[in-house]
Design a protein around this ligand. Structure first.
Ligand SMILES: [Zn+2]
Length: 167
């Protein structure tokens, strides 16, 4: 209730980095940096390998054409071309943008053997990849990715033919 609760000294002190130009987003960030840059939900998923609740994310049912970037570092990870309707409640892709865009880690938590998918650039958690589930996609893989790990950049203007080609 104190009127001093809102003064500038009430702001949480941070270890501000002295004014050294650190250049563009270096992948090596401290935990404190991540906490500052990301929302609590983003931090939980990206840096603590959390999982958003199904059907709550921003992109699980999105069909907008564009590229999906890493929410943490901005690296391009997936495109709408490989996104498909898995009806699992999370954005699903049958392949990453490029093999080098993501990296894989065997995850044995929860008593299951799963393959975790991380951003190859900043090592943030994205989701998991599953295989052989019978989806009619070219790879039969499902990259089950948290919306909160991604940022969709809609494709600007029509690149050449913008009709409804085969989809
Ligand atoms: Zn990243």
């Amino acid at each position: 209730m104190s009127i001093f609760g809102n003064n500038i000294f009430g702001n949480k002190a941070t270890d501000s980095i002295p004014g050294t130009g650190t250049g563009p987003a270096a992948p090596q960030k401290s935990d404190a940096d991540w906490r500052q840059e990301l929302t609590p939900e983003e931090y939980h998923v990206l840096r603590e390998a959390g999982t958003e609740r199904p059907y709550t994310g921003e992109y699980w049912d999105t069909h907008t054409a564009g590229a999906y970037h890493c929410r943490a570092c901005g690296a391009e990870l997936f495109t709408s071309n490989e996104k498909f309707d898995s009806h699992c409640g999370w954005p699903s892709f049958w392949a990453p943008l490029a093999e080098g865009a993501v990296r894989y880690i065997h995850d044995r938590t929860l008593g299951m053997e799963r393959v975790e998918v991380r951003c190859a650039n900043c090592d943030s958690h994205l989701g998991h990849v599953f295989e052989g589930e019978g989806y009619g996609t070219p790879t039969d893989q499902r990259f089950c990715i948290n919306s909160v790990s991604l940022k969709l950049v809609p494709r600007s203007d029509a690149e050449e033919d913008s009709g409804n080609t085969e989809s």
